[in-house]
Design a protein around this ligand. Sequence first.
Ligand code: ADP
Ligand code: ZN
Length: 758
Amino acid sequence: MLLFVQVMVDIAHSNVDRLFTYALPDALPVAVGQRVLVPFGAGNKKIEGFVLGLSERFEGGANIAVKPVLRVMEPYPALSEEQIALAKWIAASYDCLLVEALRLMIPVQLRGGKIKEKIERTVYFPAEENIEAALASLCKKDGAPRAPLQYEALQLVANCKADMRISDITAFIPGSGPAVRALINRGLLKERGHEVYRSPLRDMAITRDAPKELNAQQRLAADAVGAALDAHAGAFLLHGVTGSGKTEVYMHAIAKAVQEGGTAIVLVPEIALTPQAVERFRARFGERIAVLHSRLSAGERYDEWRRIRLNKVDVVIGARSAVFAPLSNIRLIVVDEEHEPSYRSEITPRYSAVEVAQRRCRLNGAVLLLGSATPGVSTYLKAQRGKLTLLRLTERVQNLPMPKVLVADMRAEFAAGNTSVFSAPLYDRLSACFAAGEQAILFLNRRGYSTFVSCRGCGYVFTCDACDISMTYHKQEDALKCHYCGSVKHLPKVCPECGKPYIKYFGIGTQQVEEQLHEHFPSVRALRMDMDTTHGKNAHYEILSAFERGEAQALIGTQMVAKGLDMPNVTVVGVIAADATLHIPDYRSGERTFQLLTQVAGRAGRAQKSGQVVIQTYTPEHPAIQLAARHDYIGFYTGEIERRRSALFPPYSLFVRALFAHTDEALLCEAASRFAEGVEKAVQGALSKAGADVRELIFCACARAPIKRKQGQYRYQVLLKLARTAHASAAMQAIYAYTNAHRSEYFAALEVNPQDMF
Ligand code: ADP
Ligand code: ZN
């Protein structure tokens, strides 16, 4: 008999990051994963908690009084045992509290019971009753109805032979509301409540679509995944050029998993989770789909979660956090555009959805399918090493050609006196495109706050001597700085390469492009899509729909316009300044540029009309640009992985950053320096204990963070670079342990391979 449960209370504090035992009152059925209400602490405050264990005996000793569980929160376990195992892995791998990891698995709305189920009330005529007799009881002796509305309503419901909503009855028989109430009171109609799920898709009609006949390459890929589904193991990288039909391969694999009684998760980047994308899945898989993304209302999120938990769903499609969806019997997890940085959570608990997906597949005997036109170099390396099976789609479907890409040399444009944001080739193509009534996308990436410094005469870019990374101009100090090692350079008046005084620190925004487009093409309507124009819940969708309907001929935007759009009338894509991402101070800037250029170029010519792409740049010879123009991923990968290997950048090393923040800069600096010294010793100690060379800690440096002050607080960082060897995890554990033992008011965050170093 069960007498005790072990509970993790829902309080995120390291002091209570352990299990507490509670007694079960008689006959209270409780399962592992269920949420309960328990008295906690000296004041017996009522706190929610997760049941993580059951036992018949209490090990704590006879003289300790065990408090009782007060009640269960839901009649079903909020967490499956598999999710609990996943949470434990997350807590250990990303160094967070177990309760923080458990919270990832449930909607916030569940906690604290703030949202209620929506109940819809219906009435019905009991099948066992006799309708003639019931109607007769409403009539006078002469057979005329005493209450005509009641008579009519009863007849309607009985004929319906199913439940009817009262609103449906009053729609048929106006003013019959009180009559229906009276029928219920007389016992002639019965009433009952049904739970209804608030779904973002509920009112969208489904247009069914049949699976497409796969082409030969798609067939090979789908068959390989199918065999892995049969074997209950496998991890794949589907590398397919833009428009090669990757989604169709995903859908075939999902269909197989579902037909065999399993379930599947599809992760897509938040930005690509457009209604059109969801519609494609819904057309194929119908009602048994749930959608999870950040724009759902609280009620929708809660209801989608419960539909999944209660096995009413086979396929979950969603952004990053959908990887935690409470599905059971998972057979397949698809991660589309696996290279997207948005799969990493930057807030505590930090995690990578791709890594979590991989773990979850292992826990379920499921298959992992990563897809991309531009796989991350780390991912591709895994495929090369056999940790992922590589599948290839090398051609667009239906023999559509890849778009033609022209690289415009902005140095030559400048030399020829063109100071506008449009090069001559882009201007010509835009003129022709607009004249033909076609559409254009103009892309400009102004990611981060940073700008790089370059010579407009020769294209020279100021880079750090030690790090091979472009340096950032700091206006305040009028100096160039390296965001990796902190070294500083004076900014000269003339270019050190060509001696001309054309040094410029780069920074055009989308607004400037909009302005100039209007000057050059006054009759062309343009839409702008960036952070400033997409505040509202549906702003993103509305801009895209307006563009799709042809209400504007040009769409100007940041990376929001680069991904997933499939618009047949778009024939010209212009990249205003490819250099903007190339020289952000990050070892991944070449990779990100290549990915973005490939993605944005892939928006052109997706239907019958062929596409033209112009990439404007001051460094036309840069491999990321040249190779993107030639659609040569393998060429790019080969050069990039070699560069990473020789410079010891990830995946050959790990960056760990501890961030410190405080209003008192002097104290902050001291605290950060002390931390740097301490953690360096701790890591070196751990490395020698593990029998490793202490030089596997490549460096450990304390410096001001690139953003020196944020929200009134000064910021410092301790940056560690570790060689990725068999000893890296011992070093990481030492960093975690040291950090946890030396948390102070100055400490802000610990990041492993942070997305950016700002
Ligand atoms: P990707 O995800 O690789 O960019 P999609 O899956 O979006 O490509 O496919 C591009 C277009 O081609 C879509 O409109 C899709 O419906 C269509 N498509 C995919 N596979 C086939 C096929 N085997 N036959 C015909 N059309 C296909
Ligand atoms: Zn120069």
